[in-house]
Design a protein around this ligand. Structure first.
Ligand code: HEM
Length: 322
C-alpha cells in the first residue's frame, strides 16, 4: 500500500457514507480505491496464486499453544497475493506491496485454522474506523483535487500511517524470498494453562531477497505469479513459522506498534510448499481465509482491526462468489 496506491481508481471514487455498516463501508471503500468492484475478485488482495504443502511443528510449538496443528504435521493451503483489489496489478509495482500470505492448516476431521499475514511488520492504522478514513481520503484524492488533498491531510495528521506508506518495500525476487507478519496479536495458551500474547512471523528459508531497480524495470507484470510454479518444480519452498512473544506492557491491541526486536521468539515449525493448486481460478474463488478461524489454544486479542476483519472479508466474499 505505497503512497501511489492511494490514487488508484480515484476518478471512480466517492466517499463511503456513514450510514452503511462498517464492514460494508470498508469493502465499498476498498473497491473504490481499486477502481472496482471487479466482479468475482476480492475487494483487497485480488491477484494471487494458491499452492499446497505441509506444516511440520517444531518441538517448541506446544510450549506456546495446545492447538492440535502445533503437535502434528498437517496439510496446508497457501494463497500469496498482491495488495489492493486490482486484479491486474503489476507484481513489481509499489502498489502491489505489502504482499499477502494466507495459510490454511487442515485437520483430518475437516476442521481448519488460518493465518492471514502481510509482508510488513505493522499496519498503517490502529482501528477499522481510521482504515475507512484512510481509504476514503485516498479515493477522494485523484488528479485535479486541490492541495492539500484529503490523503495528504490524513497522512499529515497520522504520522504512523505516513511512515507506513513511505517505507520502501522493494519488489521481492519471489514470494519464496519474502518475510510475512501476522501484525495483530493473539493469545496463545499451552496444555498447562499458561498464556502469552504473541504475533506470527513467517520467515523464508531461502532468505529475504529483493529485485534491483534495474530488474524491476524489466520484469513481467506477472513475474511473481509465474516464478513460484517454476521454483516449486525444482523443489519445495520453505518458511519458518515463529511467534514473537510480548513482554508485559507491549501493546497487544494495536497493530501499528512494532514490539522491540529483542522479544523472545518461539519457533513453531516449518511450512513446506510443494505443488501449485489445480484449477486456480475456481480454488481461489471458493476459499475465504479468516484470521479469526482459530482452534483451542489460540484466541483473539482485543485489537479492533483484527476483530473487524472477518465481517469485512465476509462482505467481500459474498459479493465475489456470486
Ligand atoms: C480493518 C482492516 C482490514 C480490512 C477492512 C481488510 C479487508 C480485507 C478484505 C475485504 C479482503 C478480501 C477478503 C475476501 O474476499 O476473501 C482482505 C484480504 C486480505 N487481507 Fe485484509 N483487511 C484488513 C486488515 C488486514 C491485516 C491487518 C492484514 C494482515 C496482517 C490483512 C491481510 C489480508 C490478506 C493477506 C488478504 C488476502 C487473503 C486471501 O488470500 O484470500 N488484512 N482484506
Amino acid at each position: 500500500m505505497a503512497l501511489s496506491v492511494m490514487g488508484v481508481g480515484a476518478s471512480h471514487a466517492a466517499a463511503a457514507t456513514d450510514q452503511k455498516p462498517l464492514p460494508v463501508a470498508l469493502v465499498d471503500a476498498l473497491n473504490k480505491v481499486a477502481g472496482g468492484p471487479h466482479k468475482g475478485y476480492r475487494a483487497n488482495h485480488a491477484k494471487g496464486i494458491m499452492v499446497e504443502g505441509t506444516f511440520t511443528p517444531a518441538k517448541s510449538a506446544p510450549t506456546l499453544s495446545k492447538a492440535p496443528h502445533f503437535a502434528k504435521t498437517v496439510p496446508v493451503v497457501v494463497r500469496f497475493s498482491d495488495t489492493t483489489g486490482v486484479p491486474t496489478m503489476p507484481d513489481a509495482s509499489p502498489d502491489a506491496s505489502p504482499h499477502g500470505m494466507a495459510i490454511r492448516f487442515k485437520r483430518p476431521d475437516g476442521a481448519s485454522t488460518d493465518i492471514v499475514s502481510i509482508s510488513a511488520n505493522a499496519f498503517p492504522v490502529a482501528t477499522p474506523e481510521d482504515f475507512l478514513a484512510l481509504l476514503t481520503a485516498a479515493a477522494n484524492s485523484g488528479p485535479g483535487v486541490p492541495k492539500p488533498t484529503p490523503i495528504e491531510q490524513f497522512l499529515g495528521s497520522h504520522p504512523v500511517a505516513l511512515k507506513f506508506v513511505t517505507t520502501p518495500r522493494p519488489a521481492p525476487d519471489s514470494f519464496g524470498t519474502l518475510a510475512f507478519y501476522g501484525v495483530n496479536a493473539f493469545k496463545f495458551t499451552n496444555a498447562h494453562g499458561v498464556s502469552h500474547f504473541a504475533r506470527y512471523q513467517i520467515i523464508p528459508e531461502a532468505g529475504e531477497q529483493a529485485l534491483t531497480a534495474e530488474q524491476i524495470a524489466k520484469v513481467d507484470p506477472n513475474y511473481l505469479m509465474d516464478e513460484l510454479p517454476q521454483r516449486l518444480s525444482k523443489g519445495p519452498v520453505k518458511f519458518r513459522l515463529q511467534a514473537q512473544v510480548a513482554k508485559d506492557g507491549d501493546p497487544t491491541n494495536d497493530g501499528t506498534q512494532v514490539w522491540p526486536a529483542d522479544r523472545e521468539i518461539v519457533v513453531l515449525g516449518v511450512i513446506t510448499l510443494k505443488t501449485v493448486t489445480a484449477d486456480q481460478a475456481a480454488a481461489q474463488k471458493i476459499i475465504m481465509f479468516n484470521p479469526l478461524s482459530l482452534q483451542a489454544g489460540i484466541e483473539p486479542s482485543t485489537d479492533p482491526v483484527l476483530l473487524a476483519r472477518p465481517s469485512a472479508y465476509g462482505v467481500s466474499y459474498s459479493q465475489r462468489i456470486q
